[in-house]
Structure formats: structure tokens, C-alpha cells
Design a protein around this ligand. Structure first.
Ligand code: ADP
Ligand code: MG
Length: 332
């Protein structure tokens, strides 16, 4: 069974923004109300409201997000469902912070990935599984401009095809090992290696955990083959792709760039009602869409976390993110 859960996270304003952004643009434009805790109201030129399964305000801790949204997916995972947790939103909206791919985190600020791994590994090492030598494997892929790169591949050609043939899967036994691999992956990022002038290193990343474990079920040993995917979807690419074809052409010089950006929109919509995708966005079938669809469409329990900033300065991007989230519908 496929199921989609939708959450919204509104991040706090940073000290740096308080200095950099003119104070008139620091006005808070997004509000929640105690009577409708799953709804937000955004006050731009017009007032719009959006509904989610969970709405998390700026004061929400990393632990709270994890406990309320991800923890129950771990049970689903151990029951044999594939799980995908996807963050999306504009650049600097808090996607990587929420996901936990940023390196410098304290115990409290640890994000979803390290928290999930700790829980998964402790489940896997529990007595229920232990007798059958369980382990986990991890992969780390970067997607940028319709190309995918294996970030855990040491030397050689890191480029991958759509079916991700030859993707490195590295065995891990502890949360520390996972953290080490994530840092290694960060070092191998395309933005570092090939494009030093690129100002915005906000590319899409997919991190996959596949366990090798057997569990006892009604007295029988069964092998769990489900996978746990974490997708950090590039912000600027998603946001600007919103809208119609002719509008988009004003923004982009190359068709390839355009296609990729729209494809990310499609990937989110792939989680929704397929009949609606074709009219919502004009392009389908790019490499990136296909890669992501593999992760998003099969027997999936998916959680998408839309990330936004609370202030007027980012209002356009915020509205676009909310619109995207609205189009990702419950899968029937
Ligand atoms: P993105 O991945 O969407 O581009 P980041 O996750 O890198 O954005 O966040 C941008 C900055 O804001 C980072 O410095 C990050 O540490 C900070 N930040 C994001 N969300 C929060 C939050 N909920 N609490 C505190 N700091 C945050
Ligand atoms: Mg990021």
C-alpha cells in the first residue's frame, strides 16, 4: 500500500538574516492558529491557506519532528514497506538541516538521518534479529542538471545511469560510520569538485539504506528487503520550475536546465494523482524524474516535509513550495 504523509516546517530567522535583510521585509507572513493546528495561512497579496498532516512552527525541535513524523515509518519499514522521507523547499529553507546531512550538528540539532540510523541499527541489533547476522548498506547519490553521481565511489568514474548500475553500497554498523560516509560524500560533491564558481551548492541528494536482515514472523524466518530512502530535493531547481512553460522560458537560458528543474516538480507530483501531473507541469520523462520515481513509487510509505522561511523576503518561494505540497496528493 502506498501512503503519503505531508508535513510543513517553518524555520526560525537566523541572526545573519536579521542583519542582512531590510527590516520591512522581515515581516512574518505565515501564521498558524491554535484552532486548526494542521493549517497555515500565508498573507501575501492575497490570503491563502494550506493544510498538512503536521505543521511545525519555528520553535520546533529536531527531536519533535523526528518523533512525530519519522518514528512510525521505522515500524512500517521493519514490516517490509519501502520508506521515503523527502525534504523540499527553496534554498536555505532548512532542508539539509532537517534531514541532517549538514556536518556540524550537536546532539540536539541532529537531523532525521542520524536519528533514523540510530533507531534502525538498534532495531536491527536487537535480539529479534541478532541471531542471523544482520547488517545495513548505505548509498549516496547526487543529482544535478539531469546527471547523477555516486558520492561514495572512490576514484574512477562516478557518473551513474538512470538505473544506477554499479552504485556503491557500503556496509555500516554504527551511526558514526554513517556520519563518516556522509562527510566523505560531501567531499565528493560535484559542486566542490567541478564547479567552484557555483554560488549555490543546493543540489539534490538521495541516500538509501538497505538492510540485510531476517526476522521471525509467526515462528518463521523471513528476510526483510525493504529500503529506506532519504531525498533532499534541490531548492532553487524546484521552486523556479513552478508555473507554465512560457513563463519558465523567461527564466532559463538552456532547455536542458529548464527540463531538469521541471522534472523535479514532476517528481513531487509523481507522489500525487498521475492524471493531474500532465496538466500541472509540461515536461515529463527526464532522467531525474525516472530516478526519483524508482524511489517514490513502489510500495512506499512516503513523508514529504516542505520547508519554508517565515518572512516576507521569501514569500514567492514560500507560496511556490506550498503549492507544490498541495499537488502531491494522497496516493490511492
Ligand atoms: P537548505 O538545505 O534548504 O538550502 P539549510 O538546511 O542549509 O537550507 O539551512 C540554511 C541555514 O539555516 C543553515 O545555516 C541552517 O543551519 C539554518 N537552519 C535551518 N533550519 C533551521 C532550524 N529549524 N533551526 C535552526 N537553524 C536552522
Ligand atoms: Mg541543502
Amino acid at each position: 500500500m502506498n501512503l503519503l504523509h505531508k508535513a510543513l516546517r517553518i524555520r526560525p530567522l537566523s541572526a545573519e538574516e536579521l542583519v542582512r535583510i531590510p527590516s520591512r521585509l522581515q515581516r512574518n507572513v505565515i501564521s498558524t492558529t491554535p484552532f486548526t493546528p494542521n493549517q497555515v495561512v500565508i498573507q501575501g497579496e492575497k490570503k491563502q491557506s494550506f493544510t498538512f498532516d503536521h505543521v511545525f512552527g519555528p520553535e520546533t525541535t529536531q527531536k519533535e519532528i523526528y518523533d512525530k513524523t519519522v518514528m512510525k515509518l521505522i515500524d512500517q519499514f521493519l514490516e517490509g514497506n519501502n520508506v521515503t522521507v523527502l525534504t523540499f523547499g527553496h534554498t536555505s529553507s532548512g532542508k539539509s538541516y532537517t534531514m541532517g546531512t549538514t556536518e556540524k550538528s550537536t546532539h540536539e540539532s541532529k537531523g532525521i538521518i542520524p536519528r533514523s540510523i540510530t533507531t534502525l541499527l538498534s532495531c536491527v541489533n536487537s535480539t529479534q534479529y541478532k541471531t542471523r547476522k544482520p547488517f545495513m548498506k548505505v548509498s549516496f547519490v547526487e543529482i544535478y542538471n539531469d546527471e547523477s553521481t555516486d558520492l561514495l565511489c572512490e576514484g574512477g568514474d562516478r557518473k551513474l545511469n538512470t538505473s544506477l548500475t554499479g552504485l556503491q553500497e557500503i556496509r555500516v554498523n554504527s551511526a558514526e560510520e554513517v556520519a563518516g560516509l556522509l562527510s566523505l560524500g560531501q567531499l565528493n560533491r560535484r559542486s566542490n569538485a567541478q564547479d567552484l564558481n557555483r554560488h549555490d551548492p543546493d543540489n539534490s541528494h538521495v541516500i538509501v539504506f538497505s538492510p540485510k536482515l531476517n526476522k521471525q514472523f509467526d515462528g518463521e524466518w523471513v528476510t526483510v528487503t525493504s529500503k529506506f530512502h532519504f531525498v533532499d530535493l534541490a531548492g532553487n531547481e524546484m521552486v523556479r520550475s513552478f508555473g507554465l512553460e512560457h513563463k519558465l522560458k523567461e527564466h532559463f537560458t538552456s532547455t536542458n536546465e529548464l527540463t531538469t528543474k521541471v522534472a523535479i516538480g514532476n517528481a513531487i507530483c509523481a507522489l500525487g494523482d498521475p492524471s493531474e501531473n500532465s496538466t500541472f507541469l509540461p515536461y515529463k520523462g527526464s532522467k531525474l524524474t525516472r530516478i526519483l520515481q524508482n524511489y517514490l513509487c513502489n510500495n512506499i510509505q512516503a513523508l514529504i516535509i516542505a520547508c519554508v522561511s517565515p518572512i516576507e523576503y521569501n514569500i514567492k518561494e514560500t507560496v511556490n513550495t506550498l503549492e507544490y505540497a498541495k499537488h502531491a496528493r494522497k496516493i490511492k
